[in-house]
Write a protein that binds this ligand. Structure first.
Ligand code: F6P
Length: 327
C-alpha cells in the first residue's frame, strides 16, 4: 500500500437488498478502522446521503451482523440521485463532512450513480456488486445470488413433494427481472421439466409435449420454472395458455421477496467479506473509480466502467445442461 490521502470513507447500500451486504459492510468498516481511517455508514442509500443520514461506524457497530440477511444500513432506490442536481447535492454533503471516498454496494443502477458522482465531482468511488440477480457486467458473481438460489431451490423441493403427491404441474416464478441467472440455476438444481427464460419466446406446444411425455413414462409431477421478466403476470399467462390451448391444469407459485431475505450462505459471506476488504485496500492504493469483481474464481479490482451495463445473456453451457437432463 502506498501513502494515501484518504482519511475518511463512507459506505452505502443502494437498490434491492441482497443477503451478504452486511458481510461486505462489516469488512469495509473493520478493514478501514484497521488501516487507521474513519468509516461512516450512510443510511438508506443515496436517499439517505441527500438527507445527511450519515454516522460514524465502530468495530463493534458491525458486530453480530455477518449472519443476517438484509442490510444494517438499509437501502433505497433514489430517482433524485439520477439527476445532476441530486448528485451535486450529494457531493456537497460528502465534502462538507470531509468524506474523501465512497463505497457503493449495489447493482448497475447504483454503479451508474457512483460513476457520475466521480466524473462530475471527482469523488473517488468503489463499487461492490450486491444484487441477487447476478446481472452486472464485468463480474462473474454478485453478492446474494447463491443465497437466493438456495432459498428458491429449497422452496421448489417442497413444492415438488406436494406436486408428486397430487400428480400436479406447478409453475414456479423466480426473481431476476431481465436476468435469466436465478431461473437457470434453480431449474438445473431442482430437475425442472421446463425453464422459461426472460429472453426466449414461450413454446407452449413443447411445454405441453414435455409434460405429456413425462406422464407417459410414469412421472407424477412437473415443475416449470418461470423467470419473472420485466412484465408482471408471466406465470398466470403461462397457466392460462396451457389451460386454453392444451386443457392442462397448472398451479402457480410466485416465490417473490423470500428470495431476497435470509441468512447468507458461506459462499456469499466469503465473497462479500473479501470484496469489502479489497475495496478499502484499493481506495488506500489510490483507486479512483473501480469495482471489486469476481473473475475466474478470484476477487479482484477492475475499472468501474467495465461494470456499468446490465448483463442479461445466459450461459449457453447451462442451457445445454438443462436441456440434456430434463428429458
Ligand atoms: O434486483 C433485485 C430484484 O429482487 C429483482 O430480482 C426484482 O425484479 C426486483 O429487485 C424487485 O424490486 P422491488 O423489491 O423494488 O420490488
Amino acid at each position: 500500500m502506498t501513502e494515501t490521502s484518504i482519511k475518511k470513507i463512507a459506505v452505502l447500500c443502494s437498490g434491492g437488498d441482497s443477503p451478504g451486504m452486511n458481510c461486505a459492510i462489516r469488512a469495509v468498516v473493520r478493514t478501514g478502522i484497521g488501516a487507521g481511517i474513519e468509516v461512516f455508514g450512510i443510511q438508506k442509500g443515496y436517499a439517505g446521503l441527500l438527507e445527511g443520514a450519515i454516522r460514524e461506524l465502530s468495530v463493534s457497530s458491525v458486530g453480530n451482523i455477518i449472519q443476517h440477511g438484509g442490510t444494517m444500513l438499509q437501502t433505497s432506490r433514489c430517482p433524485e440521485f439520477m439527476t445532476e442536481e441530486g448528485r451535486r447535492e450529494g457531493a456537497n454533503i460528502l465534502k462538507r463532512k470531509k468524506i474523501d471516498a465512497l463505497i457503493v454496494i449495489g447493482g448497475d443502477g447504483s454503479y451508474n450513480g457512483a460513476h457520475k458522482l466521480h466524473m462530475e465531482h471527482g469523488i473517488p468511488v468503489i463499487g461492490i456488486p450486491g444484487t441477487i440477480d447476478n446481472d452486472i457486467d464485468g463480474t462473474d458473481y454478485t453478492i446474494g445470488f447463491d443465497t437466493a438460489v438456495q432459498t428458491a431451490v429449497e422452496a421448489v423441493d417442497k413444492i415438488r413433494d406436494t406436486a408428486n403427491s397430487h400428480a400436479r404441474t406447478f409453475i414456479v416464478e423466480v426473481m431476476g427481472r431481465k436476468s435469466p441467472a436465478i431461473a437457470l440455476k434453480v431449474g438445473i438444481c431442482t430437475g425442472a421439466e421446463n425453464v422459461i427464460l426472460p429472453t426466449t419466446n414461450i413454446d407452449f406446444k413443447k411445454i405441453a409435449a414435455d409434460i405429456d411425455r413425462g406422464i407417459k413414462r410414469g412421472k407424477t409431477s412437473s415443475i416449470i420454472i418461470a423467470a419473472e421478466g420485466e412484465v408482471e403476470g408471466i406465470s398466470h399467462s403461462i397457466q392460462k395458455n396451457l389451460k386454453e390451448q392444451f386443457n392442462l391444469a397448472a398451479h402457480v407459485c410466485i416465490l417473490g421477496h423470500i428470495q431476497r431475505g435470509g441468512n447468507p450462505t458461506p459462499t456469499d459471506r466469503m465473497i462479500a467479506s473479501e470484496m469489502g476488504h479489497v475495496a478499502v485496500k484499493a481506495l488506500l492504493d489510490q483507486h479512483k473509480c473501480s469495482a471489486t469483481v469476481f473473475r475466474n474464481g478470484k476477487v479482484m479490482m477492475a475499472p468501474l466502467t467495465d461494470c456499468l451495463r446490465k448483463k442479461n445473456e445466459f450461459d449457453e453451457s447451462e442451457v445445454n445442461l438443462l436441456t440434456a437432463l430434463s428429458i
